[in-house]
Ligand binder design. Structure first.
Ligand SMILES: Cc1cc2nc3c(=O)[nH]c(=O)nc-3n(C[C@H](O)[C@H](O)[C@H](O)COP(=O)(O)OP(=O)(O)OC[C@H]3O[C@@H](n4cnc5c(N)ncnc54)[C@H](O)[C@@H]3O)c2cc1C
Length: 424
């Protein structure tokens, strides 16, 4: 079987769907085909560890667009099939069912696959990832079947969000984090300490510097986790939230610059090193100005959507570079965390407000300039502080700590600098 499309998008998640939507919004009239490995129409991923897991949101509410939208816009969908091989010389994509699709332009938007444990017992039934609707449906099925003792491996955002939901669902929850604090990869110590205390206050047994030896089971189903020190933690289910590996093997095999671990390398226009092939979203390793030009992958809806918009505009004749401000959110219990900028590489973290009030911000500085803000139940700081991050404003820490002065008011002449924040 063969097919052809002017633009073929591999991956029907946030980036892939948004690329197709944006192409039509910007007037692209050629043929567009999305190839998606999951059987479902494009849907929002963040609720998987929040409202969908808790049962507050149905799957229909997760759909990025109603079912009719795609046909109305002339966007073809091949679902339940993966793109497995790319032949850039003849501009062909081969699918998992053997179908061959010729493309004019290829947009690779495949996200990533959950990193797996390598210890014994990792493949037992009852060991879950939280990446797809199917993952969460399996998890919910076990909860409905009476599973109540949950062990969550990994204290990143997804693990902690799942912990908050499962606690609400009357599960006993143990979180095992290998590092000395949760969220170590993405946030400063103040935030980590705060979230650790919150989870413990909600009854979560949260253990840091936790070294797992293996998982064990009964009749092929997980029944516990054994730690390196011999401690045994009984479990009806285990969630593994230890990050993702970008899904880029076919592109790397086709000769694209990048690695299976670091992702496919893209330039400022999100182009890979292969002709007429772009990559966007979680799988795209790009130089991010907000990280001082460091080459990185960003795992966020913002990054997927904004990269999609960049590519769509470029393909519609309005060449763009990707330079969007990073932002992210996480919901745990009644806490809404909103992040703007990237805190990595900060040399100072200023606390604004009191964590005891459950409403505060942490403002990260590098070389005296504001590079990121984590705002917990403090929408105003998030909204008003964004400009400080974008401008790389020089503000004295004393002024940042003064909660009586809105961050908006700090945008006066003496804090603004002429150079952009990211050339440091
Ligand atoms: C549980 C969870 C909670 C999250 N919460 C937040 C949040 O609160 N805020 C936030 O900003 N971000 C959050 N994220 C991250 C955010 O969802 C991702 O950054 C975003 O989905 C990335 O979009 P993407 O298009 O790159 O990848 P995805 O949305 O993952 O889409 C990739 C799609 O491509 C498919 N695919 C993979 N390989 C192939 C192939 N070879 N052929 C065809 N299809 C393929 C995948 O199956 C998937 O459907 C969360 C993620 C998860 C999993």
């Amino acid at each position: 079987m063969a097919g052809t499309a002017d633009i073929v998008i591999v991956g029907g998640g946030h980036g892939g769907a948004q690329a197709a939507i944006a192409l039509r919004q910007h007037g692209f009239t050629g043929s567009i085909l999305i190839v998606g490995r999951e059987p479902d129409l494009p849907y929002e991923r963040p609720p998987l560890s929040k409202g969908y897991l808790s049962g507050e949101k149905t799957f229909e509410r997760l759909l990025l667009r109603p079912a009719a939208f795609w046909a109305e816009r002339g966007i073809g969908l091949v679902l339940g099939r993966a793109g497995t091989h790319v032949d850039p010389a003849v501009k062909r994509l081969i699918l998992s069912d053997g179908r061959v699709i010729s493309y004019g332009t290829l947009i690779w938007a495949t996200g990533g696959d959950p990193r797996r444990l390598t210890c014994d017992g990792a493949d037992l039934a009852g060991v879950h990832a939280v990446r797809t609707r199917a993952d969460v449906d399996r998890l919910v099925h076990e909860l409905r079947g009476g599973a109540r003792r949950a062990v969550i491996i990994g204290g990143g955002y997804i693990g902690l969000e799942a912990a908050a939901v499962l606690t609400k669902l009357d599960c006993s929850v143990v979180v095992l984090e290998a590092a000395s604090r949760v969220l170590a990869r993405v946030a400063g110590e103040v935030l980590s300490n705060f979230y650790e205390a919150e989870h413990r206050a909600h009854g979560v047994d949260l253990r840091t510097q936790a070294s797992i030896s293996h998982l064990f089971g009964t009749d092929g189903h997980v029944s516990g986790v054994c730690m390196e020190d011999g401690t045994v933690i009984p479990a009806d289910l285990v969630i593994v939230g230890i990050g993702i590996e970008p899904s880029v093997a076919p592109l790397i095999a086709a000769g694209a610059e990048g690695t299976a671990h670091a992702g496919v390398r893209v330039n400022a226009q999100c182009m890979t090193s292969l002709p007429d092939i772009y990559a966007i979203g979680d799988c795209a390793a790009h130089e991010n100005a907000f990280a001082g030009g460091e080459v990185m992958r960003l795992e966020s809806v913002q990054n997927a959507n904004d990269m999609a918009a960049t590519v769509a505009q470029s393909l519609c004749g309005d060449a763009r570079v990707y330079e969007a401000t990073p932002w992210f959110w996480s919901n745990q219990y009644d806490l809404k965390l909103q992040t703007v900028g990237l805190s990595r590489g900060h040399d100072q973290a200023v606390l604004r407000g009191d964590p005891a009030d459950r409403s505060f911000s942490v403002i990260y500085l590098r070389g005296g300039r504001v590079i990121a803000i984590d705002a917990v139940n403090r929408v105003k700081d998030y909204v008003q502080g964004r400009k400080l991050v974008e401008l790389g404003a020089h503000v004295s820490p004393l002024r940042l700590t003064d909660v009586t002065a809105p961050l908006r008011d700090l945008l006066d002449d003496d804090v603004l600098v002429s150079a952009p924040p990211l050339d440091t």
